[in-house]
Design a protein around this ligand. Structure first.
Ligand code: NDP
Ligand code: A1CAB
Length: 264
């Protein structure tokens, strides 16, 4: 039995992914803080929605998907109920495996995961790291859960905050880029729907090329950038506005924020 504790946006995305991957609704339980949310989850997925303590007692694998700021309270609530040897997977930004271990009172195997919202289309990027008491079999269990909904990479826990900034938050940067490009289309007099279509298909096409060609992004960009042409005129402006430097600073800020989150 798998339990998802704190079934919000990420928890629901993981829940739906597990069900798409063939896990039966009877093999998953969820928890929620509000009754209307619990009712919606029951109705949408046919899973049991139970209390945190019940989930902690029954499930073999607990996936903690509350906000980092709610993690200490959740761990205090479930701590007395988690039997020895249960796998605890923490999906929260910034929360270290030692934070979870210290609050669960015995040598609990903890795997830290940072996934991202493309889990809803089975294209997540999930990175996982083992806590002090997690063995190879626990990492494999986490991989088995996450592989059907995307790509999984093992990384040292020291890189988790950086991964959170890059791939956890990453989809937001691409949506932001799409918004900005669509605005540019509006500025040039393009109808909004057509601009959104053009930008979306361009980003999807570029993403698939990047993933499937094996080419370095510089090579792919150079192939678009004709001497004296349109693309270099745009890139000159991006460089003038220091967009690359802004990305370096932005992702560093996200990494720093992830580091802060375990402190509340
Ligand atoms: N959104 C994203 O792109 C990503 C998020 N994450 C991580 O996933 C976690 C969840 O984020 P997200 O899904 O965006 O946030 P949400 O607020 O959508 O989800 C958290 C859910 O947990 C519920 N909750 C809080 N405390 C409890 C409790 N004690 N018992 C039961 N349920 C509880 C909340 O209830 P209520 O609705 O009442 O507030 C909410 O539904 C975070 O730790 C975040 O760092 C990781 C990668 C990507
Ligand atoms: O913004 C956040 O804190 C979460 C973590 C990664 C993506 N969303």
């Amino acid at each position: 039995m798998i339990a998802i504790l704190g079934t919000g946006k990420m928890g629901e995305a993981l829940l739906s992914g597990l069900l798409r991957a063939g896990v039966r609704p009877g093999e998953v339980m969820a928890t929620a803080r509000r009754e209307d949310r619990a009712a919606a989850l029951r109705e949408r997925y046919g899973v049991q929605v139970v209390s945190n303590s019940e989930a902690a007692k029954i499930a073999d694998t607990l996936i903690l998907a509350v906000k980092p700021q709610d993690m200490a309270a959740l761990l205090a609530e479930i701590g007395p109920h988690v039997p020895a040897g249960r796998l605890v997977i923490s999906a929260a930004a910034g929360i270290t495996t030692s934070f979870v271990e210290a609050r669960l009172g015995h040598e609990v195997p903890v795997v830290r995961v940072m996934s991202n919202t493309p889990v809803v289309v089975d294209e997540a990027m999930s990175v996982i790291s083992a806590g002090a008491h997690a063995a190879e079999k626990h990492l494999r269990l986490a991989e088995d859960l996450l592989k059907p909904v995307g790509k999984v990479l093992r990384i040292p826990e020291s890189q988790q905050d950086a991964a959170t900034a890059l791939s956890g938050s990453g989809p937001a940067y691409f949506f932001y880029l799409v918004e900005a490009m669509v605005d540019a289309g509006i500025l040039l007099g393009m109808p909004r729907a057509a601009a959104l279509d053009m930008v979306t298909q361009s980003i999807v096409g570029a993403a698939i090329m990047l993933r499937d060609s094996g080419e370095h992004p510089v090579i792919l960009r150079e192939a678009v950038t004709s001497p004296g042409g349109t693309t270099i005129a745009a890139i000159a402006e991006l460089e003038r506005h220091r967009v690359r430097a802004a990305f370096l600073d932005a992702i560093e800020a996200a990494r720093d924020r992830s580091r802060e989150l375990a402190g509340g």
